[in-house]
Design a protein around this ligand. Structure first.
Ligand SMILES: [Cu+2]
Length: 355
C-alpha cells in the first residue's frame, strides 16, 4: 500500500485548519499566521528563570497573545508580558509590556508549501514605540524557514532609539505531531544587548487544535522588541526555560450558547437506500468498518460540535464539510474497499466494504 505519499498529503492538508500551530513557528518568531474571520487565537507563553544555588529563586515571565481574525487575511491582536526586558530601559517605571498589532497576511498562509509573507505594524505602549515586522516563511514538506525584518522607532535601553532588527528561524517537523525549532534575532546596529535566541520541541496534541512547546531561550517577551533582545540575568549566558500553549477559539462553536443546537442538514445522495449508519462523535467515526452491497448507501451523521468530512483516499469523491448535526449520504455503485478519513482530523479513519 502506498502509505507514505498519503500521509504526506494529509499532513499538508491538515495544517491550516484555522489554528496557529507551533509546528510551523519558532518560539521568538512572530510568524505569518492570520486567524480566519471569527477565530480568536490565545497563546499562553510562560518562561521562567531559576537563579543559581543557593537561592534557586524562580523568576516568572508570563506572556499572553490574543488575536482575532476579521477575514481578508487581517487580524487585530495584542500581547501582554510582565517583567519584560523592554521595560529595563532608562526611565521605565514598569516592566509590564503591552503591544497591539495589526497583521496582514499578504501572500500565502502558514503551513502551506511555498512562500508566505505577513506585515505586522504594532505599537508598544511600554516603549512608546511604533514598531513593525515583515515576516517571510518558506515551507516545503517537513521544513519551514522563517525570516523577519523589524523596525523599531523607540527602542528602550539602547543608545540609538531607532533600531532595525533581523531574525531567522527554522522548523523541522519530525512527525505529524512533533517538530523541533530554533531561532535567532538581533538588532542590526551594534548595541549592548545581546541577540535573542530560542530552541524548542513542539507538539500537536492529537485529536485537538492545540499545540504545545517546551522551550529554552534568553528572551523574556515575544513582542517585536522583546524578541530582538536577549536577557542576561547575571550578565552571563543564562538560559530561560518555558512552555507555550496555543488555544484557538472558534466563535461559531459557541453559537449553541445563544442559538441552541444547529438545525440538521442533509448532504449527499439524499433519497438513496441507507444500509449502514456511522456516527461521528468524540472526533472518531463510530464504526471502523461497515459492509454493504453494491447500490446501497452509507449515512454519516456528525454528533460533534466541530465540522468533519468523509474524504475517500482514492478516486471516489468525498463529502463537503459536514457541519455539527449534519449528515452525509454516499451511494456506492461499485464493489470494493473504500478507505476514508476526515480532512480536518486526518487521524479519523474508516472503511466501507462494498460487496
Ligand atoms: Cu473530523
Amino acid at each position: 500500500m502506498k502509505r507514505a505519499p498519503f500521509i504526506l498529503l494529509t499532513f499538508v492538508a491538515a495544517a491550516p485548519v484555522g489554528a496557529q500551530s507551533l509546528l510551523y513557528r519558532a518560539p521568538n518568531m512572530g510568524g505569518v499566521w492570520v486567524p480566519d474571520g471569527g477565530v480568536v487565537q490565545f497563546n499562553f507563553l510562560h518562561r521562567f528563570y531559576v537563579s543559581p544555588a543557593p537561592s534557586h529563586t524562580v523568576v516568572n515571565y508570563p506572556s499572553f497573545t490574543l488575536a482575532a481574525g476579521f477575514g481578508h487575511q487581517i487580524a487585530l491582536g495584542g500581547r501582554f508580558a510582565t517583567k519584560s526586558l523592554v521595560g529595563t530601559g532608562a526611565g521605565a517605571e514598569t516592566t509590564n509590556e503591552t503591544e497591539i498589532y495589526v497583521r496582514w497576511g499578504a501572500i500565502g498562509a502558514e503551513g502551506k508549501d511555498g512562500f508566505a509573507v505577513a506585515l505586522t505594524p504594532a505599537y508598544n505602549f511600554l516603549a512608546k514605540s511604533v514598531d513593525g515586522e515583515l515576516a517571510v516563511d518558506w515551507t516545503r514538506g517537513a521544513l519551514t524557514l522563517q525570516g523577519a525584518v523589524r523596525g523599531i522607532s523607540r527602542a528602550l535601553g539602547t543608545p540609538e532609539k531607532q533600531q532595525m532588527a533581523v531574525a531567522g528561524g527554522v522548523v523541522a517537523r519530525l512527525t505529524r505531531y512533533i517538530a523541533v525549532t530554533a531561532d535567532l534575532g538581533s538588532f542590526v546596529a551594534p548595541v549592548e544587548q545581546r541577540a535573542a535566541w530560542s530552541a524548542a520541541i513542539n507538539f500537536l496534541i492529537p485529536g485537538s487544535p492545540h499545540t504545545f512547546s517546551l522551550q529554552a531561550s534568553n528572551a523574556t517577551s515575544v513582542s517585536i522588541q522583546g524578541a530582538s533582545v536577549g536577557y542576561a540575568p547575571t550578565g552571563s549566558n543564562e538560559i530561560i526555560y518555558g512552555f507555550e500553549f496555543t488555544i484557538p477559539l472558534h466563535l461559531k462553536r459557541f453559537s449553541p450558547w445563544f442559538h441552541g443546537s444547529p438545525k440538521p442538514v442533509a448532504l449527499g445522495a439524499v433519497g438513496a437506500t441507507v444500509a449502514a449508519e456511522v456516527d461521528m462523535a468524540a472526533v472518531k467515526y463510530g464504526k471502523d468498518t461497515v459492509t454493504i452491497s453494491v447500490g446501497q448507501a452509507v449515512r454519516w451523521t456528525n454528533r460533534d460540535p466541530v465540522e468533519h468530512t468523509v474524504t475517500f483516499d482514492r478516486t471516489e469523491p468525498g463529502s463537503p464539510v459536514i457541519p455539527p448535526n449534519g449528515s452525509y449520504i454516499h451511494r456506492f455503485d461499485k464493489a470494493g474497499t473504500y478507505t476514508y478519513h476526515c480532512t480536518p482530523h486526518p487521524f479519523m479513519t474508516g472503511v466501507v466494504v462494498v460487496k
